[in-house]
Design a protein around this ligand. Structure first.
Ligand code: PBG
Ligand code: ZN
Length: 336
């Protein structure tokens, strides 16, 4: 394509006023693209603020009800749920108990907000006594998560959340075959209509540490490097995504999002027909909060910039701890 050069071409003409900038803006973040993570803890009296995540709480079921009313009013249409059970054991059995905290939370939300989109994260790190994302077996190199044993328990958990009323199942443990296994289990139990949002590409990141305080799910020994991806790898992300697409994932996710914009871009180019999510992780929320508190960055502008960068890279929707604040800002916005 032949472009006229300066002085015929003057890109500044289309930046002259707020109205024209808005007219030619390529990407917008709207409240309808945002998913709010919530933490619900069994046996809690009242809500408890998470110290590394100001404004976020571990909620009791009662406080969950209050929170849902508030966010519905704000315009948030989707939540992703994380549970902290009363009891942890080697098998994470509260995850697939029909009386489990997430099963109760799903039912609570469904009554208060029938139209709220309820995404159930499926993993075991919050439910196991050792804090790993699956069932730990001894190997010749020490303890490690056993893939296929974990798949058996993932089936039960997915079906239990589906029975409770979840709208979307989101396995986050990076087990091989997790999508195929959950798809088959859902189909066999009359839940063929429920979509799977796969954490297809999840890196072993340093940006999850506040989440681990919130969900009380830090590994008691070792790390997650045998199941989450090596952060130096990009081509491998395409392989992970390809497998999940073949296994029947309805939607894919890249996590973390902001520090992996190249991966969002590549996955979207490879699978433009599949909705793609990006996870804006707890560590990044904490960093922006801390800098904003010191007056070192403008919180609102920084958050808008980062969320927009994920959309521009190709994300269709974003899981973010800033969902509520974003809606507040949007609702009180004067046109910019
Ligand atoms: C658990 C899980 C984690 C997050 C979402 N699901 C933590 C981890 O993998 O250790 C991270 C969320 C965040 O940091 O906001 N599998
Ligand atoms: Zn996990």
């Amino acid at each position: 394509m032949l472009l006229p050069s300066y002085p015929k071409s003057r890109p500044r003409r289309l930046r002259a006023t707020p109205a024209i900038r808005s007219l030619v803006r390529e990407n917008n973040v709207s409240h309808s693209h945002l998913i709010l993570p919530l933490f619900i803890k069994a046996g809690l009296n009242g809500k408890k603020e998470i110290s590394s995540m100001p404004g976020h709480y571990q909620l009791s079921l009662k406080d969950l009800a209050t929170e849902i009313n508030e966010i519905q009013h704000l315009g948030i249409a989707a939540v992703i749920l994380f549970g902290i059970p009363a009891n942890k054991d080697d098998y994470g059995s509260d995850a697939y108990s029909d009386q489990g905290i997430i099963q109760q939370a799903i039912k609570t939300i469904r009554i208060i907000a029938p139209d709220m989109l309820i995404i159930a994260d499926i993993c075991f790190c919050e439910y196991t006594s050792h804090g790993h994302c699956g069932i730990v077996h001894q190997t010749s190199r020490g303890a490690d998560v056993n893939n296929d044993h974990t798949l058996e328990l993932l089936k039960k958990t997915a079906v239990s959340y589906a029975h409770a009323g979840a709208d979307i199942l989101a396995p986050s443990g990076m087990m091989d075959g997790m999508v195929e296994t959950i798809r088959a289990a859902l189909d066999q139990n009359d839940f063929s209509h429920l979509p799977i949002l796969s954490y297809a590409v999840k890196y072993a990141s340093s940006l999850y540490s506040p989440f681990r305080d919130a969900a009380e799910g830090a590994p008691a020994f070792g790390d997650r490097n045998t199941y989450q991806m090596d952060l130096a790898n990009g081509n491998e992300a395409l392989h992970e995504a390809a497998l999940d697409v073949q296994e029947g994932a309805d939607m894919l996710m890249v996590k973390p999002g902001h520090t992996y914009l190249d991966i969002i871009w590549r996955i979207k180019q490879a699978y433009p027909h599949l909705p793609l999510g990006a996870y804006h992780p707890s560590g990044e929320f904490a960093m922006i909060k801390a800098a904003a508190k010191k007056g070192w960055v403008d919180e609102k502008q920084a958050v808008k910039e980062i969320l927009t960068s994920m959309k521009r890279a190709g994300a269709d929707f974003i899981i973010t701890y800033y969902a509520k604040e974003f809606c507040h800002w949007q609702n009180s916005a004067v046109p910019a």
